[in-house]
Design a protein around this ligand. Structure first.
Ligand SMILES: Nc1ncnc2c1ncn2[C@@H]1O[C@H](COP(=O)(O)OP(=O)(O)OP(=O)(O)O)[C@@H](O)[C@H]1O
Ligand SMILES: [Mg+2]
Length: 247
């Protein structure tokens, strides 16, 4: 086959040799980590608690600064705060903790905040916010006080706040935590209809399997991509043995 017939898809996020250690810690959380997210990729990341998944997303967003390695986003090297602030409106991060995402008094204000910040008029921002709330089936929450919502409701409002900014790539940190089965199915349907690339952290294999085309793991500060071929269940020695997995 002519290798030029299928040119490689554009890289959206590329990390090479990235190492990050929290101040005072004796070993790195990310250790010469490599990750390449390309146009069209829908990646799941499933790995044990404390393996560094959230730290990885914070590093991509410039919230944790690696001591070494390189980060390129939309083909631009990320070197200082100015570089990262330029991409934060284009990369939609759903924080693991919704309270880190939501800070306005009402739901509508929280979801309209991003579009307003991107230069939309108040009318346009409200319009986008209401449409997004409708898509997620939570329009009835629009006038609620955000901090009084349930955990699952906050999760959906945080997701609405991310989607309302029309990001070019999504990084979702445990989007289904606190969601009931019906809402999870709806979320899977919404993700499957989105025309953008994403990386989703989750401990729920069935959810990841429904919305992604590759599932990575993380161990000792590195991404493992050895489980990509087909999904099956059986007991054996490697780290996915207890879960349905691919190799
Ligand atoms: N702000 C912090 N300061 C110091 N250490 C931290 C900080 N945040 C996380 N860590 C440590 O870094 C390691 C990785 O944490 P991280 O939150 O990235 O893991 P995770 O894979 O997202 O876990 P989980 O599945 O529980 O969300 C853990 O050992 C944690 O204790
Ligand atoms: Mg985490």
């Amino acid at each position: 086959m002519n290798p030029d017939a299928h040119p490689p898809l554009a890289s959206l996020i590329k990390l090479e040799n990235v190492s990050f250690t929290y101040p005072g810690a004796d070993k790195p959380v990310l250790d010469k980590l490599a990750l390449d997210i390309r146009q069209g990729d829908r990646i799941g990341l499933m790995a044990p608690n404390g393996s560094g998944k959230t730290t990885l997303l914070h590093t991509i967003m410039g919230l944790c600064r690696p001591e070494s390695g390189s980060i390129r986003i939309f083909d631009t090297p990320m070197e200082d705060e100015e570089d990262f602030s330029g991409i934060r409106t284009r990369v939609g991060l759903l924080f693991q903790d919704s309270d880190d995402q939501l800070f306005c008094p009402t739901v509508l204000d929280d979801v309209a905040f991003g579009p307003l910040n991107l230069g939309a008029t108040r009318h346009e921002a409200m319009d986008v916010a209401i449409k997004t709330l409708k898509t997620l089936g939570i329009k009835d929450l629009e006038n609620q006080i955000t901090h009084r919502l349930s955990g699952g409701q906050k999760r959906l409002v945080a997701l609405a706040a991310v989607l309302a900014m029309s990001p070019e790539i999504l990084l979702l940190d445990e989007p289904t935590s606190g969601l009931d089965t019906g809402v999870k199915l709806k979320l899977a349907e919404i993700l499957n209809h989105l025309d953008i690339s994403y990386l989703i952290i989750s401990h729920e294999f069935d959810f990841l399997n429904a919305v992604t085309n590759r599932i990575f793991s993380m161990e000792e500060g590195k991404i493992l991509t050895d489980d990509e071929i087909h999904v099956h269940h059986h007991e054996h020695v490697h780290k996915h043995g207890r879960h349905p997995h691919r190799h």
